[in-house]
Design a protein around this ligand. Structure first.
Ligand code: 2P0
Length: 335
């Protein structure tokens, strides 16, 4: 009888995972001291049905080194190998892996894809190494693994609304009241990648913005309000707290030295275009570490919100709540 304890040691084993991007309603901005990429504040997000990432990981004994292709081209292997090394250590294997990834996130437009990317990579590697299967309850080691890649990635392991708790750095689903049917309309407002990475921006803000301590201190109340609004199906309360968390984060960024401004002219144009719908309580906006505007609305208003944004945006995507990261086939892809 073979003494091999893990299937990844005897032949090629592979897994393919699809994960959607997520948009934070209550924002993560700032890191706890230390090197484990733990957040300084919690966060609450919505995982979207699209766009997202599909990743296939194959542990192949014939490989001498890991390989990584993103959208059919060779890509930076270092963050992938870092994550694979952690998985190999946990699984007790040394096998190298072939990793292929397809991003349906328009990366050229600068819409963040690291959350769906690390969620898909982490879960695919996890499953291929025999550490767990799709549908298993979330393993805390998996949450930590993907968080070290990207602080927002644990939220993309879950579908719908997801919350990261600042005390534990764990992630849990937030169940919405049945009547709360929302859409997120994404307006792409500028071209090109962002000038300052989230990591550098967070460090600058924590070191130089006089508003950073207030941001951290006032954060838990926003998180509680958002969780309560989702549970009660209160769209207005949810929209208002999302907007408030967003503007506090950007105020904190703007007060950094030198100022950190992720907005572009197109960002303000999109906000202006939504003023009438905002006045009627039909659309609330959020922006991340980039120029794009995302509008939260009720499902019945998604077409009206998209119509208002189209004249001023480079492109408009209508997204709805999406599933948890899940097994798929490489050919099925993702839209
Ligand atoms: C968020 N952002 O909650 C916030 C709002 C940007 C603004 O999560 O440094 O790329 O890799 O942990 O995951 C930026 O996220 O940051 C982010 P790192 P990450 O969505």
């Amino acid at each position: 009888m073979s003494s091999v304890s893990n299937p990844a040691q005897v032949g090629t084993v592979e897994a393919t995972i699809a994960a959607g991007i997520n948009i934070a309603l209550v924002k993560y901005w700032g890191k706890a001291p230390g090197t484990d990429n733990r957040p300084a504040v919690g966060s609450l997000s919505l995982t979207l049905d699209a766009p997202g990432t599909v990743t296939r990981v194959a542990f192949d004994p014939a490989l001498a080194a890991d390989t990584f292709r993103l959208n059919e081209a060779e890509a930076d292997l270092r963050p992938v190998t870092r994550l694979l090394d952690e998985v190999r250590a946990l699984a007790g294997i040394a096998t190298r892996a072939r990793v292929e990834s397809r991003n349906t996130v328009p990366t050229a437009a600068g819409l963040a894809s690291s959350a769906s990317g690390f969620a898909a990579l982490g879960l695919a590697a996890w499953q291929a190494a025999g550490l767990g299967r799709a549908g298993d309850p979330l393993d805390r080691r998996l949450v930590d693994l993907v968080r070290r890649g990207s602080g927002s990635a644990p939220r993309s392991l879950l579908g719908g609304f997801a919350c990261i708790d600042v005390e534990t750095a764990g992630v849990h689903p937030v169940t919405a009241a049945p009547g709360l049917e929302v859409s997120l309309v994404v307006a792409l407002c500028a071209d090109g990648p962002k000038s300052v990475s989230s990591r550098d921006g967070m460090a600058l803000c924590a070191e130089t913005s006089p508003y950073y301590p207030a941001w951290v201190e006032s954060h838990p109340a926003d998180l509680r309000a958002a969780e309560a609004a989702i549970g009660a199906g209160d769209f207005t309360a949810l929209g208002e707290v999302m907007e408030h968390s967003t503007m506090k984060m950007h105020a904190c960024m703007l007060a950094s030295r030198p100022p950190l401004r992720y907005w572009a002219a197109g960002t303000l144009a999109a906000l202006e275009a939504l003023v009438p719908l905002r006045r009627d309580g039909r659309a609330y906006t959020t922006m991340d570490a980039g120029p794009h505007v995302k509008a939260l609305c009720r499902r019945e208003d998604e077409a009206a919100v998209a119509d208002a944004l189209r004249p001023v945006a480079r492109a408009v995507l209508i997204a709805r709540p999406g599933p948890a990261a899940h097994a798929t086939t490489w050919d099925a892809g993702a839209r």
